[in-house]
Design a protein. Structure first.
Length: 166
């Protein structure tokens, strides 16, 4: 079963947005992947929770797309701080194990596998960031996004349990 959850990051202090992606400014992506192909401010972004499926995160974000060869990069930044929320690296074909490992190294730290079932792979970084590989893409989620998704799901579960069953 997939859940669609809405949460707000509007009052999240910029200092709380830190970790594995914190040094990856928009300039980093331009330097690495070239001029951005698109940029859009949005009020929500979809994310994957490792056990619960799709989660829609509400807040103020800037989504930016870059292309380099066969690679498409979707970077999401918190507004107004422009701290990265997530990065999705996408190819037209399935990622090889070597490509996934190279992507994880490029986004820092030592990653620990959470589960590896051949279709979807998850890793955590020491700071709590999450990396997900799903066939044609690898997504790096900042610790802030991981924490907000988990908190929101816990709140939703608590509210559901508080409703009496008849």
């Amino acid at each position: 079963m997939k859940y669609l959850i809405f949460m707000s990051l509007a009052f999240l202090p910029a200092a709380a947005i830190a970790g594995i992606l914190e040094d990856k400014s928009p300039a980093y992506f331009v330097d690495r992947y070239g001029v951005q192909k698109s940029s859009k401010n949005v009020s929500s972004v979809p994310y994957i929770h490792v056990k619960r499926g799709g989660v829609q995160v509400k807040g103020q974000f800037s989504t930016r797309e870059f292309h380099k060869g066969d690679l498409t990069v979707h970077a999401v930044f918190f507004l107004p701080s422009l701290q990265p929320a997530s990065v999705r690296l996408q190819l037209k074909q399935k990622w090889t194990r070597e490509q996934v490992e190279a992507a994880l190294v490029a986004y820092g730290g030592s990653w620990t596998p959470v589960t590896q079932n051949g279709i979807v792979d998850f890793w955590t970084a020491p700071d709590g960031s999450l990396a997900i590989n799903m066939l044609t893409w690898v997504e790096i989620q900042s610790k802030t996004i991981v924490d907000e998704v988990a908190k929101n799901l816990a709140d939703k579960d608590a509210k559901r349990k508080a409703v009496p069953k008849f």
